[in-house]
Design a protein around this ligand. Structure first.
Ligand SMILES: [Mg+2]
Length: 213
């Protein structure tokens, strides 16, 4: 029986069409050009390479360029969220109706995650935010991040459901015995890589109750 749900944050609790991740992505490239000294011509290639080899841009920058991870995170998340996100009554109602305990598992920092939850009007539903600091910059899909989170949960891994819009983030959760849900919401081929690790596929966050029946 599922007693606990781990939700990814970005592009999961709100749709890609909100545009927020587009601005975050643009700010990552800006930082890499202006602060790290990567040429504008190279930046997309470097990001694709880091994403493939390290899981995230941040982890690649941290390992290969020894950047100040906190300064990078502060810069890319310094965004006026109310331009992109609004209280979501439907999400609120869905979360209220789910009896499971709920937490966030994100590669972003907790203070930003809290701001996102507040902007969506759903902060009160989440017991914990397992953020990039909790997992010591070992971002999803690095398996050690999942072991740390699983060890902190009050339930067994097989009582936990994990939901993420980036399908390759699900395999390490499944390896620990969790059930996995891929939110196939953004038609991005990169997000679909690894979708064979999904026990369930949903098209919007509002479909979560359908996999719990
Ligand atoms: Mg996401």
């Amino acid at each position: 029986m599922i007693r606990y749900i781990l939700f990814d944050l970005d592009d999961t609790l709100y749709p890609t069409s909100a545009g927020l991740m587009h601005e975050i992505s643009a700010r990552m490239s800006e930082y890499m050009i202006e602060q790290v000294g990567i040429s504008p011509k190279e930046v997309d290639h470097v990001r694709r390479d880091y994403w493939a080899r390290y899981g995230t841009t941040l982890r690649g920058l941290y390992i290969e360029r020894h950047i100040d991870a906190q300064a990078f995170l502060d810069y890319v998340h310094d965004i006026d969220l109310v331009k992109y996100l609004h209280p979501d009554a439907r999400l609120d109602a869905m979360l209220a109706a789910l009896s499971q305990q709920k937490s966030i598992f994100t590669n972003a920092p907790a203070d930003y995650a809290r701001r996102v939850l507040r902007a969506l009007g759903v902060e009160k539903y989440f017991a914990e935010i397992f953020d990039i600091n909790f997992i010591a910059y070992e971002s999803k899909p690095t398996p050690s991040a999942y072991s740390k989170v699983a060890a902190a949960l009050p339930v067994r891994a097989d009582e936990c459901l994990m939901i993420d819009d980036t399908a390759r983030n699900l395999a390490p959760a499944k390896a620990l015995g969790m059930q996995t849900v891929w939110l196939d919401g953004n038609d991005n081929p990169r997000a679909a890589e690894g979708s064979d690790s999904a026990d369930f596929v949903i098209r919007t966050i509002y479909d979560v109750p359908t996999v719990l029946q």
